[in-house]
Ligand binder design. Sequence first.
Ligand code: GLU
Length: 498
Amino acid sequence: MASTDTERGVRVRFAPSPTGKLHVGGARTAIFNWAFARANHGTFILRIDDTDPTRSTEENTQIILRAMKWLGLDWDEGEGVGGPYGPYKQTDRLDIYREAADKLVREGKAYPCFCTPEKLAADKKAAQERNDPFQGYQRTCRDIDPAEAQRRIEAGEPYTIRIKVPLDRGDVVIHDAVHGEVTFNARELDDFIIIRSDGTPTYNFTTVVDDAMMGITHVIRGDDHLSNTPRQVMVYEALGYPTPTFAHISMILGPDGKKLSKRHGATSVEEYRDQGYLSDAFVNYLALLGWAPDGETTIVPRDVLARDFSLDHVSKNPATFDFKKLDWIQQQYMQAMSDEDFAREVLIPQLRAAGVEGDELSHDAAWYGLLAGALKPRTTLMPEVVAQSAFLYTADDELAYDEKAVKKWLGKEGARTALEAAREAIVGVPADAFAPEAIEDALEPLPERLGMGKGKVFQPVRVACVGGAASPGIGETLTLLGRDHVLARIDRALPLAQ
Ligand code: GLU
């Protein structure tokens, strides 16, 4: 009976190189790995591939860890949490790679190469000139006697270590979970370097040593690595480990069909966080870049993703980053929050971040709940709530009026009559009953009584209280402001009204 993934114990890893921030493409790879692990009750590992010392920094590692935490992608083993297969940072594993390479040399599966860069360049040129179908490394040092090689090493001659690709290996066939069967001609693979002359290991070697030793069952990564895979298969075979299942996921394109880049908009996870996307909405959106539970579902909450994700539904076609769809999903998540949650998770933190609220809140819970309910349908990015509530955090005599709104709604005949009537109606609502419904009930008869359109009556009130023509419902707006402030603001606006 074929063993299922669950029986074998799925182990997947996300292995970013800390050469920059966590980008959207990397985040999507991380999400797929995480979801695959969760859906199969497997283990999700975070490994830091920092063997490129010129470009990797500890600062970037910390940025990536922060981004992973913000995304809510918890890892079971790896950097920061440890685990039985550590260390999980490649620079802490250099001895392991060296040992693995030395073992391959002892077993005759790898060998030291003493060719100078000049010699390699000359060989390449000669291969080109004679139109040799094989233009790779010419295997010059492959058959040097091991004792002779050892003498040259001890004499201090610089050398690299190359893997010995078996000459009779035949095609390398990869059964990629996304791309299907992909065949590479092994005769085109040269004996590539696994340890450089400065002693540092190469990516194709470290990745396989780690994936093999960490028991990785599925390698889910960007398809820019598909072309590395036949070389990596050579390393698995030399080391004597089974190859994992590979799943190479597609590129992410911008709306113009070109590779997603800064030109299209934000590319790092941090930027989306800072712009005010909800982590849940952002993860939902990224999960849909190349994966779909079916043809139409667009709202896939984290728990559903963690239950239903499967590689069968991952597309090999490039995914297009659709900023409008991201916003739409964000709005769906906003709408789905209760007013209390919106107040606690969005509104209050944003007001605090903007400095208009401190540790001690200026209103009671009901007030924030009312404001949350009013703003929720009008908000896409979280910080928008600050500008939308600014009129509530401004002194009555400092409220600035939008010129156009004043001209349109206060500058026309009848505005003063409307404002005066509204004032009188509002005065009639007692302070202890000052609530949206009571206010609306009091204002409602005015248009008919004055023989004016609704806009002509209510918009002047809005401009007087908010400074502009847009705000939540009039009842909520006035309730939030409070009776005294409403009256003070109407009094201040009356002289402007025609
Ligand atoms: N460190 C590699 C990268 O960031 C990981 C590639 C892999 O998953 O094998 O592209």
